[in-house]
Design a protein. Sequence first.
Length: 576
Amino acid sequence: MIGRTTILLFTWALWLGAACASPAVTSAPPTSEILTPEESKNRLERAEDFAEAIASKMNRLARSIRNRDTEGIVSSFLEPADVAPFPEAETEQSHDSVGWILSHRWTIRSDIPRRRSKKELGRAWDRFLSHFSGIEDVTLKVVKSSLDEDGDAGEAQLRLSLVGRDRGGRREWVRAEAAIGLRQEQDADWSIVSLVFRSMDSLIASRDIFSEVSEPAGVSFHVPPLGPLNSRPFSFYWHGAAAGDVDGDGDIDLIATADSRNFLYLNDGAGRFREAARAAGVEHTSIPGGAGATAPLLLDIDNDGDIDLFLSMWGEQKLFENRWVPDGELRFLDISVPSGVSIRTNGLSAVAGDVNGDGRPDIYVCGYGRFDSPEAGLTAFYRSENGGRNLLFINEGDGRFTEAAEEYGVSDYRWSNSAVIADLDGDGDQDLYVANDWGDNQLYLNEGDKFRQANADRGVSPPGFGMGVSLGDYNNDGLLDIHASYMSSMAASRILSRVRKDPLVQRDIETLHSMVGGNRLFKNLGEGRYRDVSKTAGPFDGGWAWGGGFIDLDNDGRQDLHTPNGLWSGKRHEDT
């Protein structure tokens, strides 16, 4: 299924192609050929229809590979097919790569294809897959494609990713590049007529670092596949989580939001959790006729030693005081209205920090935009500024807050997803960095009684679909670096590559490529200046990335990066 951004990029690419009368197929026409805007548009549509048809076929092939369905695999090929020898895993000891991750070399004996029957091809696939004792996931992505002038033959470059277990039971991730030829006979499906692997390597985990234990630990919650889009708009947004010791027993507890209710999991200290949201008074917090909480924020608003709860909401924001102190009982009291936080915005997340240096935690809320009315929606594909108002709640003490985003200069109306508060320029006060969808992320430097927008020449705001942001010292130099999650779309990049780089739209094309270029890592140079080191330290192709960020996964003293991704999962393998 094509995501919203891919569709919009496709639309814009069509517009750019029509506006510039640019050839839109990768099989370039003669330089003397002049196309009308309609011809250019038709070529682009035809080329992308082919790419989407091949992408769907590759999804089916990937599913057959994952299931070790040899018959299903070879059914994708025409008989006979021209196939080069498959890569072979080297039998020598794998070479150390980074810590517990080993690299495994694969050898390509020849890139010269020979004619193979389906029976021979099936044996070749079986030999290749016999390297794995189990297969967990397989994806085949179309990187580039081209269609011949007659429209019944084409070529494509593929990227294979296979995750499974080798014969020794170690988790292995195989990455490969391949070229295929395709042909379509009359109204039949496209068939693969040639296959050549260009490269292949793999990474092996020498030991398992994590195991999936949500079910036995008692914290699993199954979300059904997304139904019709208009049945529950943006329901995938109502799934945030936070961790903290809410009952003062020294164990880390969890709270998670969902579309219609919240979950509070109390840690028993022995590897299991007990769900206690109803008893604690935070199970249902939705507005009558509205949506539930989008994300929780745990913080001690009154410095009394227990952790209170703020919920960002699609509507009026909510704040709950933890009565563990002084009552000795875990119970959350709704103080949203008397505290002053019951202000309406399209809140997606919240972050806490002492922005005015008075020793009390303040709260910043990220407001997103709306698609649910005729007057809603984007005002611009890039730098859209009609999102929900961002809020800054200044903690006045005694459980009272004053909303002062306008006064402090941070009432951002972009489509904000998340933010961090920290000293980003080393001057001792708390600054703000906001991740914005459909535009630039924003850096606000604290000047005492207000913030100054400081994106210019700071190196932290390339155009993109800003989703998440986190801080960590990736190079152990004592300075906080920034990891910002964006979107990386192979389909969008493929579409953009079909539009000729006319000087009139060169800047637009470069901006769009940047917007789908993946996650970013910004190295802190000191005094609030950063350099984008994503290409040299990465790249960080995170797909449709969301939050995540820095965490030392293997306790080696170095900050690793983790990013969740994806939009929704449907009933079919293609709906991801």
